[in-house]
Design a protein around this ligand. Structure first.
Ligand code: DC
Length: 663
């Protein structure tokens, strides 16, 4: 019986997903390390079936390969120059990069005789373009199964350089493998594309990594001129980027379940085309992002209007198409994905496989040779259709397993009951053995509760930044300006003018204040009701509130109430609280985890108010707020002061988020 895993739905991801190193970069780096010679240390490497197969092949070829999976480090060392062993028997499993890269690489050996075996699925995967190219350099092949496919025996005589034509139309890995191997050729090699290639970003990755290893290969995208370099004895350390395709699952998660997903070390990824997947999600309005330190934060979009049908060309980032296709059954629009014909020849026929599985959940799935159109039910209709748990077949394809697992996280019935089970989940070990563990951790509330104080004068952008950051982080938001406004309203209603301290004191005693949640904002209530904005945001209150706010007894009255808001947030399940005002970081929460003081020049603030159609004597209010004796508006000592005058709102939000998350 096949194994299965039920996906337990949850609401809102909250934690950081520990991403594995990039498979594509790890396997390229291993080949480049072997070509470079000497000793290479790869940091942040991926340990998965495909990279272990690569390590095994290099060992069989005579390289010393040290693996330290805890430290995520691989060391590759060779004594002499060139491939040590002239004969070896290597099993490439179903690892596309190993199959293509090692086949091209061993062609460098003069007098080599190598036997390649493989898994069943690899027997059908394309190789002809590379075989023809290597034959043109003198390599000979004896096919043990089908012509131009694995398994085979290969006799090699070195690469002599010159011009080599290659048809990489069925897989860019053939071109990448040939380009890397050509570094070890006897003379400069000009590689010409005879039939185009797919997945150009992967070719770009190969070229960038060759350059990082010091190998020259100028190109115009059609012709590549590889300069030869003999293997040397040098030492180098190379850092592997986190895997962008793996990141695509955890970037998709907040788009469908909400919350925020933190992708550590993913903020500066430059080599992987698949990093552009996040831009696809952004362009569809499904997520927003912010770079915070080295991390990328991905959070649910703000529900802007969606198109009726969205069409996305995935040709350049086809490894990620399943990440979106699998959740298309949950999106509020029809989705057409194009440019994916070549994925029919990957681990499985991915277009056919995803279509077959999606039909279990969608109104219709139309398959073209190189595209797919998915028409989802609404979530309510889907809920109606579902009974129990629907098994999703994975066809020994790790990406199908991971993509549908993300869809299964959505709490479709609202009671946390699983509705998807993944058949043969072990297939994820191909690239990410810990995937299901990581998926489990992002549902845990592993973050500490944080109190954030944001102070500043009127119209510095405090409110919009506090609201946006609270929305993104799922923190509770508290606007203490509204507390003073509501109290001013209550006192004015009761005829207690700010000049009459005794009356204010008496009437304060009659004010019954409380709190109520409106979305993620905690609103102050007066006599059990939230006083409407129209009553507290008008010229009558504007002209009086600063006077009340300067009275020590009014401030004392609100102090404990405001401090109690942290417990209110905790008891309502928030991860933290952002409280904005004038004295939050100085008086109310001087030990807040993060204290921020926003500022802007006079002109900018007046312009912002005018744009919002607000006429208010800001300067007069600010002067009063700054000069009062009790809790004057100041930048608290040790707080982070941000001058927002020349910053966009998004920039201030990003700066604030990083200050919060780094605390
Ligand atoms: O942020 P706002 O404009 O709504 O604030 C209204 C008034 O309340 C403002 O004049 C300053 C005062 N206030 C204060 O003194 N302390 C706070 N923590 C918040 C507001």
């Amino acid at each position: 019986m096949k194994s299965e895993i039920s996906i337990k739905p949850f609401r809102e991801c909250r934690a950081a997903a520990a991403l594995p190193g990039s498979k594509s970069i790890t396997n390229r780096a291993m080949i480049l390390a072997a070509i470079a010679g000497g000793r290479t240390v790869l940091e942040g490497a991926l340990f998965s079936r495909d990279t272990l197969i690569m390590a095994d092949c290099l060992r069989k070829l005579g390289y010393m390969v040290h693996l330290d999976s805890d430290a995520k480090r691989i060391e590759i060392e060779s004594a002499g120059s060139g491939i040590p062993n002239s004969s070896a028997e290597m099993d490439v499993g179903n690892a596309g990069t190993v199959a293509r890269f090692v086949t091209a690489f061993v062609a460098l050996r003069k007098g080599g005789n190598y036997l390649f075996t493989c898994d069943g699925a690899m027997r059908a995967r394309p190789l002809k373009g590379l075989i023809d190219a290597l034959k043109s350099q003198g390599a000979t092949f004896e096919f043990l199964g089908e012509e131009n496919h694995f398994p085979f025996r290969m006799k090699t005589c070195g690469l002599h350089g010159g011009e080599i034509a290659i048809d990489a139309g069925e897989s860019s890995q053939m071109l990448s493998g040939l380009l890397m191997a050509a570094v070890g050729a006897d003379a400069p090699t000009t590689v010409k594309l005879s039939g185009g290639t797919v997945s150009k970003p992967f070719v770009k990755m190969t070229l960038s990594m060759m350059a990082q290893f010091g190998f020259e290969c100028p190109s115009d995208g059609e012709t590549f001129t590889v300069k030869p370099r003999k293997a040397g004895a040098g030492e180098r350390v190379y850092a592997i980027e986190p895997d962008a395709t793996a990141a695509s699952y955890f970037a998709t998660l907040p788009a469908v379940v909400g919350g925020v997903s933190e992708l550590p070390n993913f903020g500066g990824c430059a080599l992987q085309g698949d990093a552009a997947y996040v831009d696809v999600l952004k362009s569809l309005g499904l997520v927003k992002t912010a770079k915070v330190g080295d991390s990328l934060l991905v959070f649910g979009g703000d529900g802007a209007a969606f198109p009726e049908t969205a069409e996305v060309d995935f040709n350049d980032i086809s490894d990620t198409f399943l990440s979106l296709a699998a959740v298309a059954m949950l999106l509020p629009f029809k989705l057409k994905i194009t440019g994916i014909g070549h994925t029919r020849k990957q681990e499985t026929d991915r277009v056919a496989a995803v279509a077959r599985e999606l039909r279990k959940f969608c109104v219709s799935v139309e398959e073209g040779a190189g595209d797919i159109l998915i028409t989802p039910y609404t979530r309510a209709e889907l809920r109606e259709k579902l009974s129990g748990e629907t098994p999703v077949e994975t066809y020994d394809d790790h990406r199908i397993a991971m993509s549908f697992a993300i869809a299964g996280c959505v709490d479709i019935r609202g009671d946390g009951s699983p509705w998807i089970k993944i058949v043969n989940p072990e297939c994820t070990s191909k690239t990410w053995g810990e995937f299901f563990e990581v998926l489990y951790t992002v549902r845990e509330d592993s973050r500490k509760f944080r109190v954030v104080a944001i102070d500043g004068g009127a119209a510095v952008g405090k409110s919009s930044v506090s609201r946006e950051c609270s929305r993104i982080l799922r923190y509770m938001h508290v606007d203490t300006g509204a507390h003073y406004r509501t109290v001013a309203y209550g006192l004015l209603e009761r005829g207690a003018d700010s000049s009459d301290v005794a009356k204010v004191s008496e009437k304060l005693g009659c004010l019954e204040i409380g709190a109520e949640l409106e979305g993620n904002s905690a609103k102050i209530t007066l006599g059990g009701k939230i006083v409407p904005d129209s009553e507290i945001r008008n010229e009558r209150i504007n002209s009086k509130v600063a006077e009340y706010a300067s009275m020590p007894l009014v401030r004392e009255f609100l102090k404990n109430y405001q401090r109690s808001m942290a417990d209110f947030a905790r008891s309502h399940g928030f991860d933290g609280m952002i409280m904005e005002g004038r004295d939050i970081g100085s008086v109310i929460f001087p030990d807040a985890d993060t204290r921020i003081y926003l500022d802007a020049d006079e002109q900018t603030r007046a312009a912002r108010r005018a744009k919002e159609g607000i006429t208010d004597s800001i300067k007069k209010r600010d002067d009063l707020d700054k000069k009062r004796k009790t809790a004057p508006l100041v930048c608290p000592e040790g707080a982070l002061r941000i001058d927002t005058s020349h910053m966009t709102k998004d920039e201030v939000v990003e700066r604030t988020l990083s200050a919060i998350l780094e605390s």
